[in-house]
Every structure is written in C-alpha cells, then in structure tokens.
Design a protein around this ligand. Structure first.
Ligand SMILES: *[C@@H]1O[C@H](CO)[C@@H](O)[C@H](O)[C@H]1NC(C)=O
Length: 519
C-alpha cells in the first residue's frame, strides 16, 4: 500500500533538474535569481545555482534551498568592490541613468574575464554537463549565463529578468512601444507630453546601446578564447520564455506575447515576513507614528551629498511625534546624534517592519524589491528614486495612488520632503489605495509562484519552445517596420496621381485649345 502511494507520488511529481546562473554583482539581481531557485526547490525540483562572484561586498549568493556552486572572484574583479563604492556616491548626483555607460565600460571587460574564469574552472563544465539539466535560467544581461548554457548544450532556457520591463527584440521577440510604455530607465509615466515622448524614445535607444556595450564587453573577452561562438544575439534569441519581474495589476500595460510571462512580486510573497523582535517592537512603540527610510543597497545612504543629509535631518526634527528609522550604513557618522526621534541602523528587517500595523509610511528609493514589498504590505510610500528602473517604478506608484513621488534633487530643496511627509500622514487616501492594491494582488487568480513553476516544468518537458518564436526576428529593419511596403504604396499612389494629373492636364489643354480655335 505504502509502495503504491510512493509510486503514485513519483509519477505525479516528476522532479526536474534546473541550472540557474547569477553573477554576484548587484544585490537585487542576485536576490531575484536566488529566490526563483528556491521556489523551484520548494516545488520538488533540483536546482543548481552557479554563482561567480564579481563583487564580494554584496554578500551573495542568497539561495537558502538550492545547491550553490560559487566561483571565487577572479583576479581582474578585485577592483569591483571599490568601483561600486565610487559609483554609489556618483549616482546620487547623476542627472540621467544613461551616464552609467561611462562608468560601466571598464566593468564590462571585467565581467568578460569573470565569465572566462567560470568557463576555465577545471572540471566545472564536465561536471555540469554530466548533470544533464532539464532546463536553465539566467538574466539576459548576465550574458555569461546564456553563453554557458550554449556551451553546455542546454537548449531549453528562460530569461528571468529582475526588472519589470526588458526592451530588446533579440530577447523578447516582442515589439516595444516607447510612444506610451515607459522604458526601463526613463523618468516618465504613461501619459507623456511631446518632450517626455522624446525623452522616453531617447532613453529607449540609449538603454539598448548600454546593454549592447555590456554584451560586447563580455563577448570580446569570451570570443578570444572561443572564436567559433555564434553571435551573441543568436545565442540570446534561443531563449524559450522571458519572465519579467512585473505585476500587471500595478505596472504600465505593455505589448506582450505568449513567450513573455509576468511574475512580479514572486520573490516577496515567497519570502514571507516575521513578527518583529522585542528591540524593534519597542522602537515602534516609542511614538504614535513611525516612518521607515531606506535607499536600498546600491545607493548607500552615507554616500549621499551632505546637503541631502541635512535636509533629511532638519525635516525629521520638525515631526517630534514621529519616530524615523533610517537604514544608514556608516555608524561612525553618528547621523542620529542630537536627533531624539531618529533611530539609525546599518540593517533593518525591512519586510517585517512594513507588515507591522504601527508603521505609518515608508520612504524608499523604489527599487523593484522594495516596491513589491510595499505593495505586498499595503503600506503608503514616499518614493525618491535614485537611478535606473527606480524612476519607472516611482511613476507606477504615482499611477496607482499609493504614494507620493519626489525627485532626488528635491532633497536639496527646503520643504519638499516635509510637505510629502505631512501629506502622507494626514491623507488617508494613500493608505486606502495601498490596501486595495494589496488585496487585489493577493487575490490574483493564479499565484505567481505557480505560474513560474508550471512554466519552467513545461519548458523542461517540452522545450525548446521554438513554436513561440516570432518570425519578425528574421526580418530586416525595412521589412519589420513595413517601410518597404509603405514606400511601395506611396510610390504607387503618387504614380497614379501623377498619371491622372498628366492625363487631366493633357485633356484640359486640348479642350481649351479647340475652344480657342473655334473662337
Ligand atoms: C532584534 O534584532 C536585531 C537585529 O535586527 C538585533 O540587533 C537585536 O539584538 C534583536 N533583539 C532581540 C531582543 O533579540
């Protein structure tokens, strides 16, 4: 009887083997892939997470359940941690995220070397090949993953993007429309003025350019060793599915296709939250209201301009009945010195705090992770995006009425932050909307976890899913935009019109001439 039960379980839960790839460079990206890996393990599958370390300081890989193979930081990557510290200060004052291109050039070559160090790790390729993985996944911008899948002969793979949108036909095979869909790094909403559409279009092209520099940096390093590697765009196009970290109930609607699957917020709901411990709980009991302030892991708070810090501190002093908790990474600065209602901490149990009813609001940089956590917790937010997709997310927040959007430059202006705090504390509308969105997302007909797991299982079983490929990717620029067809039609119409014009002129002349003769 027991044996039968065991056998029937085996036949229904057919365990698959997945390979995940995640270069340890930015916390949010590593976190996303690690959680996806763990989600598959929770559903009874085996996952090996291959994680080359580019930056030691981020502290990854973060997988708790998947098997992790960590490739140590290569010689060339020694400078990356210092580099990130420098960038962390720069991004506070950067005007446009596209300026990152300059910063990133050196880094892309290093990423190439890191990729080679993975390929060259003795015995690694052979042991991975021997695992006979059913399918694999990686972020597309983490190009080394797809290259490695190609080298290992894994043709069933999915691009799992930690951001809400990924433009780029070679990856999505789906049209993008910058006329109304805010692109990844544009600081615009969906209802754009002419100037905003101009800026969104510029951003669209610049982002494509930026990503192509990442590709070419990695590619040129790898191609030296492997000259017969197919063009990178060809390798990327072999993905079968593209998972986006987008919650369609909150995000800007966009053109999509069967190969694009939204799984936004999956990492948050799966992670869950815990009640606060005594220390944190007593902090929330200090005053009638409490506000949490965190700028995430990329833009470290202690590297912001002094002017911004002064504004924040002076603003906090104006709300003596509110306790402010600030995630501030440098204890030696004594940032809370002389400010009785400010609690500083190098680390905060963010998700646990957000879910506590005593927290009134969250001031956030609006990274994808923090935005999802706020939505999951139904907490009103004040968003101060620093760079990249945070700007886009901040407009999502505004669109849904769940918070107030400021610009980082507002931290240099007196009164802006103060007004926002006053508004968020006194206007119940934000809390109501946040709760409404929270409930809606919680009640979605199919949980994101199920959507991800079932699709990965399907890919493992039936992939590669070349049926889902769009033929459009074989067309050239003129064909794709129908420029040849439109030109043909225009030429045809003008030919007919010219013909009619000539005939009419000819006929009229004859008529006039004969009339003249008669006279
Ligand atoms: C609560 O957690 C914090 C870390 O966030 C820790 O520093 C503190 O000691 C904990 N307090 C108790 C009472 O366990």
């Amino acid at each position: 009887m027991r044996l039968l039960l065991f056998l029937s379980l085996l036949s229904t839960v057919h365990s698959l083997k997945f390979l995940a790839y995640s270069t340890q460079f930015a916390r949010s990206h590593s976190n996303f892939i690690a959680r996806l890996s763990d989600v598959l393990v929770e559903s009874g599958h085996e996952v090996t997470l291959l994680a080359p370390v580019l930056a030691k300081s981020i502290g990854g890989p973060f997988a708790k359940k998947a098997k992790v193979i960590s490739v140590p930081q290569c010689e060339e990557a020694r400078v990356v941690d210092d580099f990130l510290n420098r960038v962390s200060a720069n991004i506070w004052v950067m005007k446009h995220s596209v300026q990152m291109i300059k910063e990133k050039k050196q880094l892309n070559a290093i990423k190439g070397h890191a990729c080679l160090s993975v390929i060259d790790t003795p015995g690694l390729s052979d042991s991975l090949k021997a695992e006979k993985f059913d399918a694999a996944f990686s972020e597309s911008a983490d190009l080394c993953g797809p290259i490695l899948f190609h080298l290992l002969g894994i043709d069933k793979w999915a691009a799992t993007e930690s951001v809400a949108i990924r433009d780029g036909f070679e990856i999505t095979q789906t049209p993008s429309n910058p006329a109304y869909v805010p692109t990844l790094m544009a600081g615009v909403g969906e209802a754009m003025t002419f100037c905003e559409r101009l800026s969104n279009s510029f951003s669209f092209i610049a982002t494509q350019f930026m990503i192509s520099t990442v590709y070419s940096g990695i590619e040129s390093a790898v191609r030296e060793r492997l000259p017969r590697l197919p063009p990178v765009k060809e390798i990327l196009a072999t993905n079968s599915l593209v998972f986006l970290n987008s919650e369609p109930l909150v995000d800007f609607p966009k053109p999509s296709s069967a190969r694009i699957i939204d799984i936004g917020g999956i990492t948050v709901t799966e992670e869950g939250y815990n009640p606060l411990n005594e220390t944190w709980s007593s902090i929330l009991d200090l005053r009638p209201k409490t506000i949490l302030l965190s700028f995430g892991s990329m833009a470290r708070a202690f590297t912001m301009p002094e002017e911004y810090k002064r504004t924040i501190i002076e603003t906090f002093k104006k709300f003596p009945d509110v306790t402010f908790i600030w995630k501030y990474e440098e204890r030696a600065h004594h940032i809370s010195f002389g400010v009785p209602n400010l609690i500083e901490s190098t680390w905060v149990p963010q998700n646990d705090l957000l879910h506590d009813d005593r927290l009134s609001a969250f001031i956030t940089h609006c990274g994808q992770g923090s935005t999802s956590e706020s939505i999951d917790a139904g907490i009103p937010v004040i968003v101060i995006p620093i760079l990249a997709d945070q700007l886009r997310n901040s407009h999502q927040v505004e669109r849904n009425g769940i918070g107030i959007r400021l610009e980082k430059g507002d931290l240099a202006k007196e009164g802006r932050l103060e007004e926002a705090i006053k508004e968020i504390l006194t206007n119940d509308g934000y809390r109501e909307k946040a709760r409404k969105v929270q409930q809606m997302v919680a009640d979605r007909p199919f949980p994101m976890k199920e959507i991800f797991v079932r699709n990965m299982e399907f890919l493992g079983k039936h992939g590669p899913l070349r049926q889902l490929d769009h033929y459009g990717r074989h067309l050239n620029f003129f064909q794709y935009y129908l420029i040849d067809v439109i030109s043909f039609v225009l030429i045809f119409i003008s030919a007919i019109l010219s013909f009619l014009f000539i005939i009419t002129r000819f006929a009229l002349r004859r008529i006039f001439r004969s009339k003249a003769k008669q006279e």
